[in-house]
Ligand binder design. Structure first.
Ligand SMILES: [Zn+2]
Length: 311
């Protein structure tokens, strides 16, 4: 039997699944913590070795997603912010040397887009945009049945476009990026700043509040929390209008913790989208929906990537 390894590399955990060539049901699957006594690379190699099949099964390749910017052509991870020591790491070469099979890497948000397109909410679409709106904002684009990568695999950083001139500081160091306004971090930061200015709210003034607390407070009607989520949704809607003009997709998939806030976030998003789109033609035949694969999107994208690479 032929099989593929799909790997999901995160700052907290490493997951690996071994899949028969013609199936999305894994033969074996295991997750371990990213951090431990050994380095994350050694832990990853140990995990794959442990699941490596015996005689009768041939591994045709390994697909892996990793956080942070990476060169999908060379398989070098420039920087994985949540994994100590992962800077300019030639992970593809390391795994190929060790396991002697083709290895291909992709950015986690890009591969989540690929996973949703191939096996999730985006099946059957040819042009798709995917966002994960959580601590940061990651994204991926499928254009004409192809994952958009750019020259060095750095394309589709959909959260790092300037949406507010001289706006709040982004995690990347620039100002006014979409991520700085509409991510969970951006929402919490806005609320904390407003509280520091003396705004009244049911949220605590003495400790920094989290996006989750803001979302919970919005549900019970706290005006500041509602304003923060509406602001995030509004700018997300403007950003999506911009992306529709560039990519003209038939589906936009919006995932991540911030989307769990529901209509408080989505209503201003749809209003801003309609107000900023060049023509209603962009909205015809457009589906805006939640992801179908949940936490498995990246893993399924890794599988789709290695399948398409070796077939
Ligand atoms: Zn940024």
């Amino acid at each position: 039997m032929d099989a593929y390894f799909a790997i999901d590399i995160g700052g907290t955990q490493l997951r690996a699944g071994l899949y028969p060539a013609d199936s999305t049901n894994p033969l074996v699957m295991k997750k371990i913590s990213t951090r431990g006594k050994e380095s994350a690379v050694d832990r990853l190699i140990g995990l794959i070795s442990e699941l490596w099949p015996g005689e009768g099964t041939t591994v045709r390749g390994i697909g892996a997603d990793a956080p942070g910017p990476l060169d999908s052509n060379t398989g070098v991870i420039y920087k994985a912010p949540n994994i100590p020591g992962w800077k300019n790491l030639p992970l593809r070469q390391i795994l190929q040397d060790r396991f002697q099979v083709p290895v291909i890497l992709g950015n986690d948000a890009n591969l989540a887009a690929l996973g949703e397109w191939r096996y999730g909410a985006g099946q059957g679409h040819h042009d798709l945009i995917y966002f994960t709106i959580s601590t940061g904002i990651g994204g991926g684009v499928i254009s004409h049945d192809k994952l958009l990568l750019g020259t060095r695999g750095l394309a589709a950083e959909l959260g790092h476009v300037t949406i507010m001139d001289d706006g709040p500081l982004c995690g990347c160091g620039q100002r006014g990026h979409l991520e700085a306004v509409s991510s969970g971090t951006g929402i919490a930061k806005f609320v904390n700043e407003q509280l520091a200015k003396g705004r009244t709210s049911c949220l605590p003034k003495d400790l920094p509040v989290t996006a989750r607390q803001v979302s919970d407070a919005a549900v019970v009607g706290d005006p500041l929390a509602i304003e923060a989520l509406q602001r995030a949704g509004h700018y997300m809607g403007i950003a999506i209008a911009n992306y529709l003009h560039i990519f003209n997709p038939t589906i936009v998939i919006l995932g991540g913790g911030v989307t769990h806030s529901g209509p408080i976030f989505f209503e201003p998003l749809h209003t801003a989208l309609k107000a900023h789109v060049l023509s209603s033609m962009y909205l015809q035949d457009l589906t805006i929906t939640l992801p179908a694969l949940g936490d498995d999107a990246g893993l399924m994208g890794s599988l789709a990537l290695i399948q398409s690479h070796t077939s």
